[in-house]
Design a binder for this molecule. Structure first.
Ligand SMILES: Cc1cc2nc3c(=O)[nH]c(=O)nc-3n(C[C@H](O)[C@H](O)[C@H](O)COP(=O)(O)OP(=O)(O)OC[C@H]3O[C@@H](n4cnc5c(N)ncnc54)[C@H](O)[C@@H]3O)c2cc1C
Length: 279
């Protein structure tokens, strides 16, 4: 069976590694001159700058991403970070994220524990935002700010933009797997390990190869078009998101197109600091 993958980001490479290991003939097409998308390092003045991700593996060495890397045999060492984040208080005091409860009265601590235990078991089915969910149970300025900065840190969105059920999934995973980890060698080490697995299992990764279209037959994806040439496949996987993918074929599903046009992209500015000496 042949699979073609559009985009060699973390998602495309993970899918490629899994498929080559399962015996698929895999070809990955990447439009940029480098592979890894938003999850690799580029050299800059002797330092390695990440193209996006902050070199953090969500939920550390036991989390879902670490488990997937292990499953495909990626040779990556993940160091769990402690603390996973800190909070800068208005009086400039810095506390560990894990100690945020100490900022609440005892009554609020008990209420938070009860509400969380209930909501993690019975996650809201509605689209209620994380902000409104916090508002529903608590009248506490500190918790509002914490909810906002947590969403900003984790997703580059505000608590108003994120459905409560998604944030509760993340909190659930934090209890289950704990905080983030850092891969030795940064994000680049992860994507390098994946591309090595793909290549050693016979897969091919082409950089500077932009997919111009998806070829459709009888409403099924049957291949991709690169440099005007159709490359046929049994499976077509897209790693470029709903919006980018919908531009590669004539999508007639208006409801789907309306839905994806309303998705709010996350926005953030990342500042990278480098030091010649250990900090
Ligand atoms: C500032 C920032 C910090 C982040 N921090 C973290 C973090 O610490 N930890 C973490 O886990 N995640 C982090 N993330 C998120 C993480 O970077 C992304 O979730 C992940 O890299 C997305 O991978 P992907 O494969 O889905 O998409 P992408 O990395 O976007 O890969 C898609 C690839 O497809 C290619 N492509 C697009 N169109 C075409 C086409 N037509 N033909 C061929 N190729 C095409 C693109 O060039 C790209 O290489 C961060 C993101 C940002 C922006």
């Amino acid at each position: 069976m042949k699979a073609v993958i559009i985009g060699a980001g973390l998602g495309g490479l993970l899918a490629g590694a899994k498929l080559t290991k399962a015996g698929y003939d895999v070809e990955i097409f990447e439009r940029l001159p480098f592979i890894g998308g938003r999850f690799t390092n580029l050299p800059y003045k002797g330092f390695k700058l990440s193209t996006g991700a902050l070199h953090m593996i969500p939920h550390g060495s036991r989390g879902p991403l670490a488990q997937m890397l292990k499953e495909v045999g990626a040779d990556v060492t993940i160091i769990d970070s402690q603390p996973m984040a800190v909070i800068l208080k208005e009086n400039n005091e810095i506390i560990s994220f894990h100690d945020f409860r100490n900022e609440l009265t005892l009554t609020k601590q008990v209420k938070l524990g009860t509400v969380l235990a209930y909501s993690l078991k019975f996650k809201p089915k509605s689209d209620i935002s994380f902000r409104d969910w916090v508002l529903k149970y608590f009248d506490d300025e500190f918790l509002f700010k914490l909810a906002d900065s947590f969403c900003g840190w984790a997703l580059s969105l505000t608590a108003k933009d994120v459905p409560a059920r998604e944030m509760l999934e993340i909190i659930d995973n934090m209890y289950l797997y704990k905080g983030s980890g850092v891969p030795i060698g940064g994000c680049g080490a992860v994507t390098d390990a994946l591309s090595q697995i793909i290549r050693s299992n016979g897969g091919r990764i082409y950089s500077q190869s932009c997919v111009e279209g998806i070829s459709i037959e009888n409403e099924l994806a049957k291949g991709v078009i690169v440099n005007g040439k159709t490359i046929g496949a049994d499976i077509v996987i897209s790693d470029i998101g709903h919006f980018g993918t919908s531009k590669l074929y004539e999508c007639k599903d208006k409801e789907y197109l309306d839905k994806i046009s309303n998705v709010k992209p996350s926005k953030g500015i990342k500042i990278c600091l480098s030091s010649d000496e250990p900090l």
